[in-house]
Design a protein around this ligand. Structure first.
Ligand SMILES: [Zn+2]
Length: 330
């Protein structure tokens, strides 16, 4: 019994102890667990908070990057708009460069003023002598190259009233001459496409529709040769506007578009009557220019006008020696 009791006791004790131990350990465990929980929660909160801080930092970093990106996009957009504006302005400027290239603007003179002066027979120019060398009916592949060489030799510029049909007859070479002439700083002006009196002035009277179409056709050809921004507001009527009837509708149209119809007040006579020698052309040019402060000299650079090229150096020298400035019509 004792044994049993003992055993029982033992048995009891042991499990009790064990139990007690278990209980004890459980108690300790609970405390530990509680502590652990507190630590874990604290840690968790700390991590969470740290995490929050991290997230916050990350968010603010992303925001910063986003802002940076937006700023860069804004800058790029502003740059693009600025570039667009600059290009547009340049194009507009090119459009305004009527008849001449950018650099050649310094040689130009307001053609509208010249038009008015010629129509009023007023050849004064505020005490300053000015001469406009003008060449009609080109370009030709024979005479135009000679004229261009002489102008370069004397470092002067002229105005070329070109006719489309003649340009096309001269093929690519004639077109290249227009380009060279323009690049050198000469003014390119419109002298109609067909140069056909019967088409432009049937019965010697203006046909406005034909006239406008013919000049438009020539301008289109010039745009083809010199680029889409080329335009000119300077025209010369084939035969001169004073030679034809019923021209008033044309003058009204020209005024509307601020274009100028330029005749002449001096000439070498290279298109009059029989063939003249270079000497005769020089003398005629001088005689018709005398006493005029503003000279618009008519000459031709079309086929068969070799004498004009021969006369030109002496004509230029005459105006240089007499204190004239060489200007172009624009
Ligand atoms: Zn002509």
């Amino acid at each position: 019994m004792t044994k049993n009791k003992t055993r029982k006791n033992n048995k009891k004790i042991i499990p009790f102890k064990k139990k007690k131990n278990v209980r004890f350990s459980k108690k300790v465990g609970k405390k530990d667990l509680f502590k652990k929980k507190v630590i874990t929660v604290s840690l968790g909160v700390a991590i969470f908070l740290a995490g929050l801080g991290g997230v916050e930092a990350t968010i603010s970093y992303i925001d910063e990057k986003k802002q940076e990106k937006i700023e860069m996009q804004k800058l790029a957009e502003a740059k693009r708009l600025e570039e667009e504006r600059r290009k547009k302005e340049e194009e507009e400027a090119k459009k305004r460069m009527v008849g001449v290239n950018h650099e050649a603007k310094k040689y130009t003179y307001d053609a509208k003023i010249v038009e008015q002066k010629l129509k009023n027979y007023d050849y004064s120019n505020n005490g300053e002598k000015v001469v406009f060398l003008t060449f009609d009916d080109g370009s030709s592949t024979t005479v135009t190259p000679q004229i261009l060489d002489i102008l370069k030799q004397y470092d002067v510029r002229a105005t070329f009233f070109v006719a489309g049909q003649n340009i096309e007859n001269g093929g690519q070479k004639a077109k290249d001459l227009i380009k060279q002439s323009f690049e050198y700083g000469n003014a390119i002006a419109n002298h109609s496409y067909s140069h056909d009196y019967k088409y432009l002035y049937p019965g010697r009277s203006l046909n406005l529709e034909n006239f406008i179409n013919d000049f438009k056709k020539n301008e289109e050809l010039l745009k083809e040769i010199l680029g889409p921004y080329f335009s000119t507001r300077v025209i010369r009527c084939p035969g001169g506007s004073m030679s034809w009837k019923d021209m008033d509708p044309l003058y009204e149209k020209l005024d509307e578009s601020n274009s100028a119809d330029i005749n002449w007040n001096a000439l070498s006579g290279d298109a009059e009557g029989g063939k003249k020698t270079a000497d005769e052309l020089v003398q005629r040019a001088i005689k018709t220019s005398e006493g005029k402060e503003m000279v618009v000299l008519l000459m031709h650079d079309t086929y068969g006008k070799e004498e004009t090229a021969k006369a030109l150096p002496r004509i230029i020298e005459y105006f240089k020696d007499n204190g004239y400035t060489f200007k172009t019509l624009s």
